[in-house]
Design a protein around this ligand. Structure first.
Ligand code: CA
Length: 228
């Protein structure tokens, strides 16, 4: 998924970005509060990781401005162990969760999955559209009783589609989900990934809407449809 990392400590920021990339996330990293606010308002992120002590504008003020502008973007604040007041204030200002520094990358990734899940309106850890089941922990997809392993980018693309089954995502929206700012986008990357996903699963699992984009249709089990 696409994550905005806001951290002015170079070592911690670099290590966090590395851990997120290893886990196949696309990461944009900014080092001050003013850049954080404009990035968060302009970009399509699933989660923001927000340090509080920042140059130009502190993290709590960034969070407050985002929420006042009506943003529902999930925000996970990164705080020091002794900063209880900041955590309380952050949660009251609309943060979704917090992490105490220094944190283990395993816990960071689990909390990111949890806030992204809540945003997608899915309480289950496994994302599903009724046909495909994608497990964010193992990064495996189940289809017709078979489990398939996905490459990092196949996973990122399918994850984006399954967060909102039935929603059409354009090429650039999909590229945003699978690449960070500093990564060069390969031409036809989206088509290539969709081709290999269809080959591993079935052609109909990802539908192309000509000239608009792609979607994973929301499927309902036979007999489970709505009744008037
Ligand atoms: Ca800081």
């Amino acid at each position: 998924m696409r994550i905005l990392l806001v951290e002015d400590d170079h070592m911690l920021g670099a290590a966090t970005r590395e851990a997120l990339r290893d886990a196949t996330h696309a990461v944009d990293w900014v080092l001050d509060g003013a850049s954080a606010l404009s990035a968060a308002q302009g970009g399509e992120y699933e989660v923001v990781l927000l340090d509080l002590g920042l140059p130009k504008r502190d993290g709590l003020s960034v969070l407050q401005a985002l929420r006042q502008a009506g943003s529902t973007l999930p925000v996970l604040i990164l705080t020091a162990r002794d900063a209880v007041e900041d955590r309380i204030r952050g949660l009251d200002l609309g943060a979704d969760d917090y992490l105490v520094k220094p944190f283990e990358s395993g816990e960071l990734l689990a909390r990111i999955r949890a806030v992204a899940r809540r945003r997608g309106g899915q309480a289950q850890p496994v994302l599903s559209n009724g046909v495909l089941e994608l497990d964010p922990v193992t990064r495996e997809v189940r289809f017709q009783g078979q489990t398939q392993r996905l490459t990092a980018r196949e996973y990122a693309l399918l994850h984006a589609l399954l967060l909102r089954p039935g929603a059409i995502l354009s090429r650039s929206e999909l590229e945003d989900r699978i690449y960070g700012w500093n990564e060069e986008v390969e031409s036809n990357a989206v088509e290539f990934l969709i081709h290999s996903l269809r080959k591993k699963l079935a052609p109909e699992v990802i539908k192309n809407v000509r000239g608009v984009g792609w979607m994973a249709p929301r499927e309902t089990a036979p007999g489970a449809g709505h009744r008037p």
